[in-house]
Design a protein around this ligand. Structure first.
Ligand code: ATP
Ligand code: MG
Length: 607
């Protein structure tokens, strides 16, 4: 058996390494709960299960998205959990598409989900117990098991555990009862197995209209758990499925299909979010009955629930995310303001930062809100040591160095070469080279005609250092007819260049960043902020669109240092004083540079 990883800690907090699911898995491994599992003897007939050997000592988990939308940061929690547990315990995690609802599902989503899980750093290759030198793919589709599910339904009918109900959906809703009132049995509940079988085959053969009947489990209309009041198993739906086409006009309900998929794939720990806690008795009822009927083999999978991720300033409902895209509140599914994995990726979040975040928040059974600043901190912790540094001016004003010609031997064309480390702690990344000329771009708010107390940057009579360049002394400014400052004036203090013996001769309290006008790369810079103005956008039933942040995207024309001209799309940098930026994965090109702000240098999210 593989040794589980020892718990580690991040920032004093115990990580997910010691979560309750690990305790369950370790108990199961110790007790051999899933030992003796084998595919042989499992009558599941789907081609991808047949004849496959199984290593009983391994745990199997699965990540089961429905291909009806893009994955978001909440899914990342589930992905990191399921794939992470399999990795840590030497097991296998399946990627399974829960494609039982043909109307809302599309190949586009399947492709995007595969892409996102891979990007996050996980894969569904598992060791092949038949040949320890090789691996095999564990990518599954619920629809591959439709034949088996149909047979399971007939078996339940034959044993009197399921019946076809011809009531209207309204009648079924009205007779379900509620927490205080038991349900009322359907008049069709007493049909014989033969009648039910004939009727179910009529459903399958297209002899009944959509919605005219459903197959229901026959359990207990008085159960205190409403999920056990004869839940629906199959419905009629004439819809083309993205994989099975028009082969079926009946489709299994998710609650029926899901446990069967887990069992056929020989999953051990079926980990889901807490909303499914009330479904667990049905999960157990179904699998135990199908095992008794000889359709499935013991030991069967068990379901375990954890609390879903709620992140401040973010909505994670697929329906709401779709609405943001469809109504044009954002530009696309991968808009850098979206909490989709595609959006986070384009925003500049790294797989390592998302994995780190998921590790830090851990897994519990308590509902809570996680502060967005934790995601941001994980990003900074990842990028700080990796991202090359650069200078850029985002709200530019021109600075004219009026004594340039005299200072540099009467040559008006003179450019003074400057250099800076690509990363202050990583000399192996080399140097960035740029040059200082008679005119440079600086930030407009680095100049104040009448400075407030404590302002140490440019104002008439004050000296500052142009970072990696010279000390300069401000002499005034130029203004237009309306009195608006149009340029700042200063003189170079000779012999004060950074890295030369004279650099410390003049002490200054301020250092400012700059880019030479002669070599500045003009770029579109997209400044992103939170998409919602409220931490819990849909709290208390509020319309989340009413708290959209109108300032969530601001576009400025900035000037970048020349080293950024050759950035590949997706390149990430720490722009000194401004934060982390990424060359936009879609829109950036050397001829038309487009950069987006990932996040600032400091936390701006927590209260
Ligand atoms: P739907 O309402 O369409 O079912 P969903 O968010 O549940 O949306 P699925 O594709 O069914 O989407 O989710 C796949 C898996 O991701 C499920 O196991 C689900 O429990 C998990 N998941 C979804 N949202 C979160 C979240 N916010 N935190 C943790 N896990 C999540
Ligand atoms: Mg779901």
């Amino acid at each position: 058996m593989n040794e589980p990883k020892k718990p580690d800690t991040v920032g004093g907090a115990t990580t997910s390494a010691s979560n309750f699911l690990r305790n369950i898995i370790e108990r199961d491994l110790k007790q051999g709960t899933y030992a003796g599992r084998t595919f042989a003897g499992t009558p599941g007939d789907a081609a991808h299960h047949a004849g496959q050997p199984l290593d009983p000592a391994r745990i199997r988990t699965r990540f089961p998205p429905e291909p009806n939308g893009y994955l978001h940061i909440g899914h990342a929690k589930s992905i990191c959990l399921n794939f992470g547990l399999a990795r840590d315990y030497g097991g296998v995690c399946h990627l399974r598409f829960d494609d039982t609802n043909p109307e809302k599902e599309e190949q586009e989503y399947v492709d995007a989900i595969i892409d996102a899980v891979k990007w996050l750093g996980f894969n569904w290759e598992g060791p092949d117990p038949a040949d320890t030198q090789s691996t095999r793919s564990h990518l599954y589709f619920a629809s591959d098991d439709f034949d088996f599910m149909y047979r399971a339904a007939e078996a339940l009918i034959n044993t009197g555990l399921a019946y076809v109900d011809d009531q209207t959906p309204e009648q079924m809703r009205a007779t379900r009862g509620d927490f205080n009132t038991p349900g009322i049995a359907s008049p069709y509940r007493g049909r014989t197995p033969d009648e039910n079988l004939a009727r179910f085959r009529d459903m399958r053969d297209g002899k009944l209209d959509d919605g005219a009947a459903v197959l229901r489990a026959k359990i207990d209309m008085a159960s205190p758990n409403i999920n056990l009041r004869d839940p629906a198993l199959y419905r009629i739906k004439r819809a083309t499925h993205h994989r099975t086409g028009d082969q079926w006009c009946i489709y299994p309900m998710y609650t029926f299909a899901h446990p069967i998929e887990d069992a056929l794939e020989r999953v051990t720990h079926s980990i889901c979010t807490l909303e499914f806690e009330d479904q667990r008795p049905f999960y157990d009822w179904l699998l135990d009955n199908l095992c008794s009927l000889g359709l499935l083999a013991q030991p069967r999978p068990h379901q375990h629930e954890f609390a879903r991720l709620n992140l401040t300033y973010v909505v994670t409902s697929k329906r709401k995310l779709k609405q943001l895209v469809d109504e044009g509140h954002v530009d696309s599914w991968d808009d850098p303001r979206m909490p989709t994995l595609a959006g986070l990726r384009r925003r500049g979040y790294t797989p390592a930062s998302i994995q780190l975040f998921c590790e830090r928040i851990g897994v519990t059974k308590e509902y809570s809100w996680i502060d967005y600043s934790l995601l941001d901190a994980a990003l900074r912790d990842d990028l700080e040591g990796k991202a090359p540094r650069a200078m850029a001016v985002l709200e530019p004003i021109k600075l004219k160095l009026t004594n340039w010609v005299e200072t540099f031997g009467g040559d008006p064309e003179h450019l003074e070469p400057c250099q800076a480390p690509a990363h202050p702690q990583r000399p192996e990344l080399g140097l960035r080279r740029f040059s200082l000329g008679p005119e440079v771009w600086i930030e407009r708010d680095d100049f104040a005609e009448a400075p407030a107390k404590g302002f140490f940057r440019l104002f008439p009579g004050n000296k500052v250092r142009l970072k990696y360049g010279y000390v300069i002394e401000c002499s005034g400014c130029e203004k237009d007819a309306q009195g608006k400052v149009t340029a700042v004036l200063a003189t170079v203090v000779p012999d004060t260049k950074s890295g030369t013996p004279g650099a410390d001769a003049v002490k200054v309290k301020g250092t400012i960043t700059w880019v030479g006008v002669h070599e500045a790369v003009r770029a579109e810079v997209r400044l992103y902020d939170r998409l919602f103005t409220e931490a819990q956008p849909d709290a208390g039933g509020r319309d989340f669109l009413s708290v959209l942040n109108a300032q969530s995207k601001r576009v400025v024309a900035g000037y970048l240092e020349p080293s950024l001209a050759s950035s590949p799309a997706g390149g990430k940098y720490q722009i000194e004083r401004h934060g982390y930026f990424v060359a936009d994965a879609k829109d950036h090109a050397a001829s038309t540079p487009v950069f987006g702000k990932i996040t600032g240098l400091k936390d701006s999210w927590s209260k």
